[in-house]
Design a protein around this ligand. Structure first.
Ligand code: PMP
Length: 396
């Protein structure tokens, strides 16, 4: 598989980084190109009304994927904005009546870094629930915090972006409600991969980004159950009933709605297909590469993700060598000011620091085939062998 639009002649991309972003679905891409000349969805003339109709159609598509009513969908620029909006609501509630926010140690930086900023700037208190060795939140620890009775908002992601581990959000939500806390879930990494139903789960808020389910970048949603506290993050316009100001990104929203419907329609067949490819990669690596370990509880993984540690090799070196072969993967490390920090998600899950440094995330998607897996299994083992030789030589 190659992402056609990225391919230069004779160049091959084997894209295995679908948790970072997904290539747009062909129907969504076509819809985007066809609708580029739409109007302002807030204008009252026919062209504007037509654009508004695209947005409303997309809202229904999102509602189908998320399992909510269309009116509860607020379009945003993506999960980062949605997460920030929810935390901002909690900050306002805390300012009015006190209390704190409860989240987990493995949330996306758009949650964790925002919490740190709130604490530094406004003195907002928060606690992070620990996770077990398989990367799942420890529900009894969550409960220990909730029983204190001062948690205003509990925010737990549905599935982790680095390990692919599915979190017990339904249980967490029930506990939060029992102790008087609102419940938000960052559903970005579960949609199109695993079961998610906003209404059945009883969640108060949920975030997502369309580019994680084959829609365009820069469009996402925050689902807010009717009647729950709400304060807009962006103000000044009347869009989304005053809940999120700014000219509608109607073209992209429309394409995202198409992607949402496809993600919902294909979830069963794709989940089975991707799990089979992922298992083929896992088995192949075990056969061909010694001294590896897998991160994340295998009983709770989304079907497309495999996080592997290759002992005694730096993840970044593997990434770069795979890049030479046209294979796109990611490491959990954040390259900040020249220093490579190991993944906080893996460290929180008890992964030894050396294994965290040597981890690679493979995340498969719609366009991957068995050929891609075979290609990786051909190219990767000699790369690891070479890198291990270099690192052993270096230590003498
Ligand atoms: N939450 C999770 C779990 C994610 O994986 C991501 C994207 N990596 C985000 C939030 C942020 O999404 P976006 O960058 O589209 O705003």
């Amino acid at each position: 598989m190659a992402i056609e639009s990225e391919k230069n002649e004779g160049e091959r991309f084997t894209y295995l980084d679908n948790n970072a972003t997904t290539p747009m679905l062909e129907q969504a891409r076509i819809a985007l190109a066809e609708r580029l000349l739409d109007g302002n969805a807030s204008s009252m003339y026919a062209l504007g009304r037509k654009s508004k109709a695209f947005v409303e159609d997309a809202r229904k598509g999102f509602a189908e994927l998320l399992g909510c009513v269309p009116d509860d969908v607020i379009f945003t620029s993506g999960a980062t904005e949605s997460n920030d909006t929810v935390l901002n609501i909690a900050k306002r509630l805390i300012r009015e009546k006190g209390g704190r926010i409860l989240s987990s140690a493995i949330e996306h930086p758009s949650i964790i870094e925002t919490l740190k900023r709130f604490e530094a700037d406004d003195g907002v208190e928060y606690s992070l629930c620990p996770v077990d060795g398989g990367g799942r939140i420890i529900v009894s620890e969550l409960e220990k915090e909730l029983v204190k009775g001062d948690v205003v908002l509990t925010s737990i992601m549905a599935a982790n972006n680095e390990t692919g581990v599915i979190q017990p959000i339904s249980q967490a939500c029930d506990l939060a409600h029992r102790h008087g806390s609102l419940f938000h879930t960052d559903a970005t990494q579960i949609l199109g991969k695993g079961d998610f139903d906003f209404n059945a789960g009883g969640y108060d808020y949920a975030s997502c980004s369309a580019h994680k389910f084959y829609g365009p970048k820069g469009v996402g949603a925050l689902v807010v159950r009717s009647g729950r506290p709400y304060y807009p993050l962006l103000t000044g316009g009347h869009q989304e009933g005053g809940r999120r100001s700014g000219t509608y990104n109607s073209t992209c929203a429309y394409a995202a709605g198409i992607a949402a419907r496809a993600a919902k329609a294909d979830i069963r067949s794709e989940a089975g297909r991707l799990a089979a490819l992922r298992d083929r990669l896992r088995e192949g690596l075990l056969e061909r590469v010694p001294d590896i370990s897998f991160n994340g509880n295998p009983d709770y993984l989304v079907p497309n993700t495999l996080n592997v540690s290759f002992r005694n090799v730096e993840g970044e070196s593997i990434l770069l060598m795979l890049d030479f072969e046209g294979i796109c993967v990611s490491t959990g490390s954040a390259c900040a000011t020249g220093s490579l920090e190991p993944s906080y998600v893996l460290l929180a899950s008890g992964t030894p620091i050396e294994d965290a440094h040597s981890s690679i995330r493979f995340s498969l998607g719609r366009e991957n085939t068995g050929e891609d897996i075979d290609y990786v299994l051909e190219k990767l083992p000699p790369i690891i062998e070479r890198l291990r030789q270099i690192s052993t030589r270096g230590r003498k």
